[in-house]
Design a protein around this ligand. Sequence first.
Ligand code: HEM
Length: 310
Amino acid sequence: MMATLYEELVAAIDGVSGGPYDGRRAAHAKGILCEGSFTATPRAAELSRAKHLSGDPVPVTVRFSNGSGNPDLPDNVRTEGRGLAVKFEVPDGPAVDSVTITLPVFFVRTPEDFLEFTRARKPDPETGQPDMEKLEAVLADHPETAAALQLILPSFVPPVSYATCAYNSLHAFCLVNADEEATWVRLRWQPEADEHLLAEEEIEGAGADYLQPELRERLDREPIRFALVATIRGDDDTLEDPTVAWPEDRERVELGTLEITGLAEPEDPAQPIVFDPNNLADGIVPSDDRILHARSHAYSVSIERRMATA
Ligand code: HEM
């Protein structure tokens, strides 16, 4: 049988990461689960009727991760973004997920472009480097990817902590309130500890495995907090293209506070936890961004594989 587009997307990611790795996520393989709660602001409840935005505290499960599908890739490489996945455990369910990343924009506009770009990034087994001619040809065909990379590469500097990164939804979502009023937003988790990357001279010495121990020590001392900030769309801002940033001067509204209080039980690979950006609720509508919709299908390919190989 021919592979589906989504199987091809996962296979292309494997090509870059050296996977598949049994029982692991095809992307964001190295991660750590935490727990805490989320409390929405009164403004959030005015903008959306989603239950987790009502203002009552909601328990959350949180996973911080490194972007690669290779679970052994060192924390201090300069080629990866970091992820923050939040599951709002809405009482009387279903749960709502937010699956965000430190990149300021995404590399590509469509799943087909993701496939082309990711295939071109596959390292040559001899040199460990991608074929630069092929990669340059893809970038010449996709000026939006070349432009996005200029914004993305600085975000690949390893951070001081998972708690000192801002994480972006990249896609647009529509908040809908009880009066059917609609507000298009992009979302960002803004760290209370502020954004801090390692200084150039700290990167090598930080080591391959500093982020999870740092998080454990931080949580022993104090909770970690993030503000959920919505950027309100301007009339001409794109709803479908995650390679394009919205202008900096757009109105921002604080929707709530995520408080992470401790570690959760480690994940049992046989019963994987699934974070899916399309697990939404009445009161939040996804945009037609094709990357957003492709994600659920590609994640399902990875989830089935992790269960089968756990
Ligand atoms: C077509 C584009 C994309 C593809 C093919 C893709 C693929 C994947 C796959 C296969 C997984 C593993 C899923 C699992 O086993 O549970 C994953 C996880 C993840 N992805 Fe994506 N992804 C894409 C775009 C994005 C974007 C735009 C973001 C952020 C805005 C993102 C953030 C994440 C995060 C944070 C995780 C880890 C979730 C967790 O902790 O369980 N991805 N991705």
